[in-house]
Design a protein around this ligand. Structure first.
Ligand SMILES: [Zn+2]
Length: 66
């Protein structure tokens, strides 16, 4: 199971609860940047936390095909 920090390391914004929604959007083909806009994650520091986990989403998606 993929875990991201409950809060952004840099600004302290709570982001952990948004991960599942973000993952769902990206797995359904939305660009990560667009998904972050939709979830109202505007600061670069917070976006970086999500973007750094996108690789894990791709991995999950690949495994689902088999
Ligand atoms: Zn932040």
């Amino acid at each position: 199971m993929t875990m991201i920090p409950v809060r952004c390391f840099s600004c302290g914004k709570p982001i952990g609860h948004l991960w599942e929604k973000f993952k769902e959007l990206v797995e359904n083909g939305m660009e990560p940047a667009k998904a972050l806009d939709m979830l109202d994650i505007k600061r670069y520091c917070c976006r970086a936390v999500f973007i750094s986990h996108v690789d894990l989403i791709d991995l999950i998606a690949v495994y689902k095909k088999f």
